[in-house]
Design a protein around this ligand. Structure first.
Ligand code: 7RM
Length: 656
């Protein structure tokens, strides 16, 4: 990396610098200095500037009960008021908030006024069912205006939403419903992706039938395809019927800044996914602030974040950030490869998108598609509206960065490689497009006010040029507040005692010896990143061994993959003799589907290998680093002398 960093530096062009919210490195440095001089006062200033408070706060940070930090505690606000009403009051009611493009290409524009009315109808509908402040509502829906409005509606009445990505299985959905204790589930009859109709409501039915979801009183169903559905009397309601009778105004519920705006589940290295709890005030501040500075969002921009609202990126950079700023954004229902792999480029052209934010996996797969088919090459589209590009979710390799820069950005658009996590609420380490000179593959420097650092196992700083553990030294407003229902796990996962009270991100990183730029080197725990989706290896192992009829033992590791970043590789010991040939293929397919049902299609292992056993030490510990080498197809160079059963390595190296 470091040779790379010295050889290529992309200075922001005069055009990028001109009129940028943060223009030039001196401006960046002034903000960093301001935060360093008085951390709490810096955030307090921004919180007053970016948020309209019902009752202003008097104290920015309360660290009396660290690591359970509180921000802007005695202030009250409403997130949906900040995202909708205040822009209408400022005369922007007719401005387009959402440009929704359906899978099939139909486009709907929703103004701020209309989005507020829709939000209020849903909010009133929820209220009529008895949903109130502090209740949890699970949202299991695909990309849609109603998806965004449903989140805003929860925020409006003080209900805490928990969006579950539409690709998760009934079992995963059930686990999340149970953990949140949700009183209602909002879903749609079906979702439409890549020309296919896929069930949503049927999966909710299945999840609820699995048991443990007695808290759920109602299921609200948005009509998307008009599919015939069984509706359970007294429980299920059509959203259009419920909202038809509702007023299109709804007084916002003013909540304390620390009131939980949402829970979002994410994978860790052990156990079930964690319900990451975010606040209202601190979270909204950072979502808005980063949208403004990282993307340099202006009033006339057309912003497009391609993430799904089921992930944190969709929360911060679709539902909350751009709307808090009164921006105009594209919301896309479909997939990048339908009807062909030119879809993103065509949409940028059609909607004159100025800021485009996507994941390296998408870029890599579209590079491949463009190389194989001239008709979907970006040069066939007019992408001249673009001025800023973004990347998120995983490291972007310099080759993909260069392609993105040259072919999508026409060599003129800065790329903001934004490092952050579900837990951080918004960008942590990222270039600012009018200030930071760029280096392909590096997320560059901390966002002003974010005290990112690299330390060793005892929390001491390591010198630049030497890798270590990525931490954040001081609390920041949009940080995770706790793991829902498990404060002890929160402390253990993010504030281990040996790290001096620093936030542990779970990633390794290195700073360049010359520039001080950060490069993320990947997770230091058993978390994989597949197409920018976080997956715990333990979760997949548990799913495999829960197939008790077939599986005796399983170990899951990641291996590098050209397109998806990492690929899931499972080593399985069956309760029957080790299969080979056709039989192995058949059982592997069965197990893949099993994992798809247990967790969701995104967790299906790419490779499954069978062994009579797994490589273990004499004390019975599975040697995962050997499995990682085998998965990569590498020769084993590690010391295998502690291995109980070295012969197993050859067997596991056979692919099927
Ligand atoms: C936003 C999001 C978080 C994990 C994180 C990293 C990896 C995310 C980058 C990145 C290198 C990036 N939330 N990650 N962004 N690695 N460069 N720009 O992805 O909770 O789902 O994942 O993703 O490992 O810890 S997440």
């Amino acid at each position: 990396m470091s040779e790379n960093q010295e050889s290529k530096l992309y200075e922001p062009s005069a055009a990028a610098r001109e009129g940028a919210h943060v223009s030039g490195m001196a401006a960046y440095q002034r903000l960093v200095d301001e935060a360093e001089a008085d951390h709490a006062a810096y955030w307090a200033r921004l919180a007053r500037e970016f948020i309209t408070w019902k009752q202003p706060f008097t104290q920015a940070l309360d660290d009396a009960n660290a690591p359970f930090f509180k921000w802007f505690q005695d202030g009250t606000l409403n997130a949906s008021y900040n995202c909708l009403d205040r822009h209408i009051e400022a005369g922007k009611g007719d401005k387009t908030a959402l440009i929704f493009e359906a899978d099939g290409g139909e486009v709907t524009r929703t103004s701020y006024k209309e989005l507020l009315a829709r939000t209020c109808r849903i909010a009133n509908g929820l209220k009529s069912l008895g949903v109130k402040k502090g209740d949890r509502v699970v949202i299991y829906i695909s990309m849609s205006v109603d998806g965004v409005a449903a989140m805003q509606a929860c925020a409006r009445i003080g209900a805490t939403h928990s969006v579950v990505f539409g690709g998760f299985s009934a079992q995963s959905l059930r686990d999340r419903i149970e953990d949140t204790g949700a009183v209602a589930v909002i879903t749609a009859d079906q979702q439409v992706r890549g020309g296919k109709h896929l069930p949503l409501k049927a999966i909710v039915d299945e999840a609820l039938a699995l048991g443990g979801c007695d808290s759920v009183k109602n299921v609200l169903v948005v009509r998307r395809t008009g599919a015939e559905l069984p509706m359970t009397a007294g429980r299920d309601l059509w959203m259009h019927e419920l909202t038809a009778q509702q007023a299109d105004a709804c007084e916002p519920e003013w909540v304390e800044a620390e009131h939980p705006l949402f829970l979002l589940y994410t994978s860790g290295s052990t156990g079930k996914p964690k319900g990451v709890q975010h606040s209202t005030g601190g979270y909204l501040l950072h979502a808005a602030l980063t949208t403004k500075w990282t993307f340099d969002l202006k009033d006339d921009d057309i912003f497009w974040c391609t993430a799904d609202i089921g992930w944190v990126t969709g929360h911060s950079y679709i539902t909350y950030g751009p709307l808090a700023l009164g921006g105009t954004e594209v919301v896309f229902e479909g997939v990048p490869t339908y009807p062909d792999a030119g879809r993103f480029w065509k949409m940028i052209q059609d909607h004159k998108v100025t800021i485009f934010y996507t994941a390296p996996t998408a870029i890599r797969s579209l590079i491949k598609a463009a190389e194989g088919n001239e008709a979907v090459h970006p040069r066939r589209y007019d992408l001249s509206s673009l001025r800023i590009l973004g990347s998120v979710g995983e490291p972007i390799n310099p080759a993909a960065w260069e392609w993105y820069h040259a072919n999508i950005g026409g060599g003129r658009c800065p790329i903001v490689d934004t490092f952050w996590q579900t837990e951080t609420g918004g960008h942590m380490i990222t270039p600012l497009p009018g200030a930071t000179p760029l280096v392909p593959g590096s997320c560059t420097l901390p966002f002003p006010g974010i005290t990112a650092a690299i330390v060793d196992e005892t929390g001491n700083d390591v010198p630049n040029g030497q890798g270590g553990i990525l931490v954040v030294k001081k609390p920041w407003p949009s940080m995770i507040r706790t793991i829902w229902g498990d404060p002890e796990r929160f402390k253990k996962s993010y504030y281990p005692p040996e790290l001096k009270g620093y936030y542990l991100a779970g990633d390794g990183a290195i700073r360049d010896a010359h520039t001080g730029y950060f490069t993320i080197t990947g997770r230091i725990d058993d978390v994989l990143n597949v197409s920018g989706h976080r997956m715990g290896t333990m979760e997949i192992e548990s799913a495999l061994v829960s197939c008790t009829e077939l599986v005796a033992e399983a170990a899951v590791v990641g291996r590098p993959d050209d397109t998806t970043g990492e690929a899931i590789c499972a080593f399985v010991v069956l309760k029957r003799p080790r299969p080979t040939g056709e039989e192995a293929k058949k059982i592997a397919a069965e197990l893949r589907n099993w994992v798809g049902r247990e967790i969701g299609p995104i967790a299906k292992p790419k490779d499954i290998r069978f062994g009579d056993n797994l490589p273990k030490t004499r004390s019975g510990k599975i040697m995962r680093r050997l499995l990682r080498s085998i998965a990569k197809g590498e020769a084993i160079t590690q010391d295998t002398s502690t291995l109980e059963n070295p012969a197993i390595l050859d067997q596991l190296s056979e692919t099927n």
